[in-house]
Design a protein around this ligand. Structure first.
Ligand code: G
Ligand code: MN
Length: 528
């Protein structure tokens, strides 16, 4: 917009320079003539003959030609630069940076062209194949982005070897889309098997060996849909459907997959509505101090009854809550309920509350938790946040700072489900925590399996070394309890001592506070 006035000024400037040049040369000629230098050539300046300004005009023409030449060259290079910028921008918009393959954006554009009948590709029949790599994110977290990129490069090489290079796009970090036309793959089944075999065979990058999972989803055009965009969607739906059962599934799209997806969407809507209408409730499960035998606190556990009356277990709805991005919202709503409930307990009872680790990466969310506790009148030294370790892998610095802040305010931090998640020991070295909770899978197996027993014993002694309290989950039998006592666990929780119950029922536990766990075997046991 500003270039027009600038241009006018530039032209005026050049005219002025041109005139000044002319004037200078004219003056120089006049001076020379006055001095009599041109007199010999018979140039009569005073007569204003054409001859006496000829040198001046010549010089001016040369200057003008040089200026015009310069202008032309700069404009040309500027145009070339703009064009190449445009090209690289278009390339970056349409191609994956690491592999150079077309990306989701490009695929979307092509699908649009196809729908409008303007596509350059003539496809009568094809198989749309979505390929998803397993473990790529874990590789990126463990070995770094660079190694992960090299792994992907090997995968792309292998894909090209099987299906040729023209029809591969990288639509997500770990997902590729292939279009197998009749010429590329006369036998689709065979080709899919080859892709699967090729991508799953071991590979090595910088002398690190990897073996990837590879799930495949397929939809056929025009058999499954005459709409190419829908076909791509179907292939990805088939992929995700198969992936739930087997990380290496090869799934062909069927109508039942579409039905399943519809049901899933309806279920997600019900769950979203339930969260927003505050229909999820909390049950409370007591946990016990092994030294005193007294209930030390309650763990608040989310419960949901779906509209059809089914009690949906948290293991089913929590991952969906996370997928829907409702995790923080639900946490705040439930913490409000739990904190309100905790005010009715004796002041030494701890509220153990489950929090997805990613929430600690967001300082505003942590502020909100602190605000809720203050608003409900629950001192933070009565609150223990149980963090699921698998979730705590993102922006760790902020998370560590927020955890530190919560601890300084008196809250305790427990690492939930110890031993089952990803990089658990690394977490222990990074984050100051007050307690670990040994996952119930270990408890349920430790009596029959000597290896599990040794692992549990090691986890307890390691926590001791680190000055971290140990809670053992999943105590279902007297034998479990006896072993927990022998291991010198600090806290115990499980069906033997108390199942999760609604708020009122849970409160009744407080009337029979002591259990037998702390007492020597020969002493009378109190009812649980
Ligand atoms: O991982 P977390 O501690 O948040 O898991 C708590 C879940 O474990 C609750 O849903 C609860 O119902 C279940 N639970 C609690 N105690 C026991 C137990 O002794 N045995 C089994 N199998 N499950 C338990
Ligand atoms: Mn828990």
């Amino acid at each position: 917009m500003t270039s027009s006035p600038n241009k006018i000024w530039q032209i005026l400037y050049e005219i002025a320079a041109f005139a000044a040049c002319f004037l200078l040369i004219w003056l120089a000629c006049a001076t020379l003539k006055t001095c009599g230098i041109f007199a010999n050539f018979g140039i009569e300046f005073a007569n204003r003959s054409v001859a006496h300004i000829l040198p001046a005009v010549l010089i001016m023409l040369i200057v003008l030609a040089i200026r015009l030449g310069q202008r032309f060259l700069t404009t040309k290079t500027a145009l070339q630069r703009a064009e190449s910028n445009c090209k690289s921008l278009r390339h970056r918009l349409n191609n994956d940076e690491a592999t150079g393959l077309p990306n989701r954006n490009y695929v979307d554009q092509q699908l649009q062209q196809f729908a409008l009948g303007k596509s350059n590709y003539q496809i009568n029949e094809c198989a749309i194949v979505a390929v998803q790599l397993g473990h790529l994110q874990a590789i990126s977290v463990t070995h770094g982005k660079k190694i992960a990129t090299e792994v992907v490069a090997v995968v792309v090489e292998r894909l090209k070897r099987v299906v040729g290079s023209t029809c591969i796009s990288r639509i997500e970090d770990d997902r590729f889309l292939l279009v197998l036309t009749e010429d590329a793959a006369p036998n689709v089944d065979n080709c899919l098997k080859k892709i699967s075999q090729s991508l799953r065979s071991p590979l090595s990058v910088k002398e690190i060996a990897f073996q990837l999972d590879c799930a495949i989803g397929v939809a056929l055009y025009p058999k499954n849909s005459t709409n190419m965009r829908l076909c791509v969607e179907h292939a990805e739906d088939a992929l995700l459907y198969g992936l739930k059962k087997d990380p290496n599934a090869i799934s062909l799209f069927t109508q039942s997959i579409a039905d399943h997806k519809r049901k899933e969407a309806a279920f997600e809507k019900q769950l979203r509505d339930a969260v927003m209408r505050d229909e999820l409730i909390l049950f409370y499960q007591p946990y016990y101090d092994m030294a005193t035998g007294k209930a030390a606190g309650f763990e608040a556990l989310a419960r949901w009854t779906a509209p059809d009356g089914r009690q949906v277990p948290p293991s089913e709805f929590i991952p969906i809550i996370e997928k829907l991005g409702l995790s923080a919202e639900l946490t705040f709503r439930l913490f409000q309920k739990a904190a309100a409930e905790a005010t009715s307990w004796p002041s030494d009872m701890i509220l153990a509350f489950n929090v997805c680790g990613t929430l600690f990466e967001d300082t505003a969310s942590v502020d909100k938790l602190i605000g809720i506790a203050a608003h409900q009148g629950v001192d933070l030294n009565r609150v223990e946040f149980e963090v699921t370790e698998t979730r705590l892998i993102g922006d760790c610095t902020t998370a560590i700072q927020n955890i530190k802040r919560l601890r300084e305010l008196g809250a305790r931090i427990a690492l939930d489900d110890l031993g089952t998640g990803y990089s658990s020991l690394l977490r222990l070295s990074h984050i100051d925590i007050d307690k670990v909770k040994i996952d119930r899978e270990f408890t349920l197996r430790m009596l029959d399996d000597p290896r599990t027993a040794k692992i549990v014993a090691s986890m307890v002694s390691m926590s001791r070394e680190l000055d971290i309290a140990v809670s053992i989950e999943g105590i279902e039998t007297e034998e479990h309890l006896a072993r927990a006592r022998a291991l010198r666990c600090d806290y115990a929780q499980g069906f033997l001592m108390g199942r999760p119950r609604d708020a009122a029922a849970a409160r009744s536990v407080l009337d029979q506070k002591t259990i037998a766990i702390a007492l020597p075997r020969d002493e009378a046991r109190l009812a649980v």
